[in-house]
Design a protein around this ligand. Structure first.
Ligand SMILES: *Cc1c(COP(=O)(O)O)cnc(C)c1O
Length: 446
């Protein structure tokens, strides 16, 4: 009986491992991945899901299809420029190639002329200072949250941070700024109310702080929401003057990292203006509206930046070489995809959208894009979208390449704002494939 058991015909692991194509795969895949794929195919054969003579072919097919990183490039057809779930800012061509170059050995901490050790991140720092002239000095850490924690730890320690009640914000799922700050040991001294905080509220709070207590004033841009109606807040310039009177630093967390004012987002703070208005330290993310890699940017006076750099936590938040390379190239390279998508050539975008709709026999409808990532909350970026039946959204997401669209009621809206023109043909083919897979009654009704 045992002799006839077809499971005896399942190829052994050793035999499969010695197959020339499997051996070649070991140049690009780790041993444990290869063995796992082999064991899975053998297991399926043992359960009768795969004939034993197909095991080898199955292993070879799985090896060909396997990607060492499961993160897949997707096309962002949502119209949301800085899409948190899609990795925020897409890098510029200059930044992409800098990241690839930095992947090997690089002179990140060596002066090649002298052969001596050099200051890590010096060139990214220079690029930041050149891009933002009002800053005396700059430091880069891993992300905006790290930058804020470092500022709190280095500037006040267990001292006091004065902050408006209207700025105690939750930034992302479960990430609350006040909790982050308090986790460093600093005490928050809340002033004002949710909708209104005046200069005099800060003045009263500052007067309460005992002489000699380390303290600072923190102004946070409540990036992902907007309070409208009966509101009031103190300006950076007012707070700077007040902080100076008390010889305390003013820290401004602006969130989005615009270098200078952006016409498409009139209410969005920027690094240069905030510093010119008197902030001693400005904090921003690198991968939001700046359009670079994930990073926490700290720009400000020489005194404040040296205080931060000298704190032990600065080492724990040290930026890696890929980020430093990508950030420098973002600042020195050409226009970023984020900037292009924020202020596109409107007429050209409309024509591309119309052309795609015509090719598909679909309608063009008005559609507002968004800055996203906490930038320009509530500010519409007027544009248009190709209107497709809602079930197309899931099919597009699961296609190759995946195309992520916006679902609105019964419709799947495809917005080309964040799609490079060179990808239009790819998107068109993806939509054709998705529409072919749709159940017929859904097509073209409405
Ligand atoms: C996004 C944001 C942060 C957090 O920055 P990350 O880079 O995501 O860590 C902090 N403060 C504000 C105001 C933000 O908008």
């Amino acid at each position: 009986m045992v002799e006839d058991d077809p499971r005896r015909l399942i190829p052994r692991t050793d035999t499969l491992l010695s197959h020339p194509r499997v051996r070649r795969a070991s140049n690009t895949l780790s041993r444990h991945v290869i063995e796992q794929l082999i064991h899975q195919a053998q297991e399926r054969a043992r359960h009768g899901e795969l004939p034993p003579d197909r095991v080898e072919g199955e292993v070879l097919a799985q090896l060909d299809a396997y990607r060492p990183s499961s993160m897949r490039p997707v096309i962002n057809a949502t119209g949301v420029v800085v899409h948190t779930n899609l990795g925020r800012a897409p890098l510029s061509p200059a930044a992409r190639s800098a990241v690839a170059d930095a992947a090997g050995y690089v002179d990140v901490e060596m002066n090649l002329e002298t052969g001596r050790r050099s200051r890590r991140g010096a060139s990214a720092r220079r690029a930041l200072l050149a891009a933002c002239p009002p800053a005396e000095d700059a430091l880069v850490v891993n992300n905006g949250a790290a930058a804020l924690a470092l500022a709190a730890a280095a500037l006040v320690g267990t001292g006091t941070i004065v902050i408006s009640r209207g700025e105690l914000v939750e930034i992302g799922a479960g990430f609350r700024l006040p909790e982050l700050i308090e986790s460093t040991g600093a005490q928050l001294l809340e002033v004002g109310t949710t909708n209104r905080t005046h200069r005099s509220d800060y003045a009263a709070a500052l007067a309460q702080i005992p002489e000699g207590t380390p303290a600072c004033v923190l102004k946070v841009h409540p990036s992902n929401y907007r309070i409208s109606g009966f509101t009031s807040s103190a300006t950076v310039a007012e707070l700077a003057a007040l902080s100076r009177q008390h010889q305390l630093p003013l820290v401004a967390d602006i969130g989005s990292g615009l270098l200078a004012p952006e016409a498409a987002l009139p209410d969005e703070p920027d690094l240069a203006t905030t510093l010119s208005d008197g902030a001693d330290l400005v904090i921003a993310s690198g991968d939001k509206l700046l359009g670079g890699p994930q990073a926490g940017l700290l720009l400000g006076t020489s005194a404040v930046i040296s205080q931060l750099s000298a704190h032990p936590l600065a080492r724990a938040m040290r930026t890696d070489k890929l980020t430093l390379a990508g950030l420098e190239a973002t600042l020195n390279g050409g226009e970023t995809p984020v900037s292009t998508a924020l202020s596109p050539d409107g007429e050209k975008l409309r024509q591309r959208t119309q052309r795609m709709a015509d090719s598909l026999g679909a309608e063009v409808v008005p559609h507002d894009g968004r800055a996203g990532g906490g930038g320009g909350p509530g500010v519409p970026l007027p544009g248009s979208a190709v209107q497709l039946p809602e079930p197309a959204a899931a099919l597009l997401r699961s296609g190759e390449p995946p195309v992520v669209t916006r679902t609105h009621g019964a419709w799947c809206l495809l917005d080309l704002r964040c799609v490079p023109e060179s990808e239009d043909e790819t998107v068109l083919q993806a939509v054709r494939t998705a529409l072919e897979d749709l159940p017929p009654p859904t097509r073209g009704d409405g």
